[in-house]
Design a protein around this ligand. Structure first.
Ligand code: HSE
Length: 313
């Protein structure tokens, strides 16, 4: 059977760190090794049926329109009318409400798996649009900063929503990410609802400079520029009270040599970037405040330049 018309396929899609401090809703990077797996099987009846949800999911809706993977696949069906339906099994590896891009990963893995069932597979940029419809189910908005890195891998800037343009940004050699997930649940929808609808002009100028400085620092291998611009002056201050210990973690991570430290997506997970020589110290610095508060954590130290979603079976 030719590739692209399989009866059944499984895909893995990585979690992701959204915003990366200075790129609210437009910048994100994939998390190597952590992700969701979705298996899609062709069925005669059109439409989407979710037949199983396993893993670290807790309670996830089985109704396809209310489920990120289901909603992404419905968008695909509506656009393509493939003449058959999808039966879907979801294996969650990313905890719900962690800020690690779990809703995006399920949506991305679903469309990548379903794409392998089509006789004329879609280009990745089309898959991004379907996955985005799924992401909106969870967060209430079509923000691209988790879906795009989960699909493409690495550090990704996305410009536009209806007609997205995706750019993979180079990562300076030897820079790694340290990610800490405190064991608590934070709803992305709620963490978005508390944000003010307007930005002070001075904050706008500062944030714009930081985003431009950060991106140019990545392209030119300029770690001083990355360090100087790795600061979110708009969103972080509105959300940090939701995460116990945040200011201690950030201060101690920077003292331990991190280039920057901020909230992963809507939180509660936090992340830093650091040169390989500092990652152990930064991880210890990020861990200690949570230990003091008796909050359990999971932690990862990962390459930022990692692969995106792929068919695995
Ligand atoms: N950009 C989104 C937010 C990411 O910060 O709300 C959510 O994972």
């Amino acid at each position: 059977m030719k590739r692209g018309a399989l009866p059944r396929a499984s895909a893995f899609a990585p979690g992701s760190v959204g915003n990366v401090a200075i790129g609210f809703d437009i910048l994100g990077f994939a998390i190597e090794g952590l992700g969701d797996r979705v298996t899609v099987t062709r069925r005669a009846a059109p439409g989407v049926e979710i037949s199983a949800i396993r893993g670290v999911a807790g309670e996830l809706p089985r109704e396809p329109r209310a489920n990120t993977a289901g909603r992404a696949l419905l968008a695909m069906q509506e656009a393509l009318s493939p003449g058959f339906g999808f039966s879907v099994e979801i294996d969650k590896g990313i905890p719900l409400g962690s800020g690690l891009g779990g809703s995006a990963a399920s949506a991305v893995a679903a469309v990548v798996a379903a794409n392998a069932l089509l006789s004329e597979p879609c280009a990745p940029i089309e898959l991004l649009k379907f996955a985005l419809a799924g992401e909106a189910t969870a967060s209430g908005d079509r923000h691209v900063d988790n879906v795009a890195p989960s699909l493409f891998g690495g550090l990704v800037l996305t410009v536009g929503i209806d007609h997205p343009r995706v750019k993979q940004i180079p990562i300076p050699a030897g820079v790694r990410a340290i990610i800490v997930h405190p064991h608590m649940f934070l709803s992305t929808k709620q963490a978005r609802a508390l944000l003010k609808g307007s930005v002070e002009l001075s904050d706008f100028v500062w944030q714009t400079a930081n985003l431009a400085g950060f991106i140019s620092g990545c392209y030119t291998n300029d770690l001083d520029m990355i360090r100087a611009s790795f600061e979110d002056v708009v969103i972080e201050k509105q959300r940090q009270a939701l995460i116990p210990g945040f200011s201690d973690v950030r201060r101690d991570a920077l003292d331990a040599g991190a280039l920057g430290c901020s909230i992963s997506g809507a939180g509660p997970a936090l992340f830093s970037w650091a040169q390989a020589a500092h990652t152990d110290d930064v991880l210890a610095a990020m861990r200690a405040p949570f230990e003091k508060l008796a909050i359990g954590i999971d932690a990862w130290v990962v390459d930022i330049d990692s692969p995106g979603a792929r068919v695995v079976a």
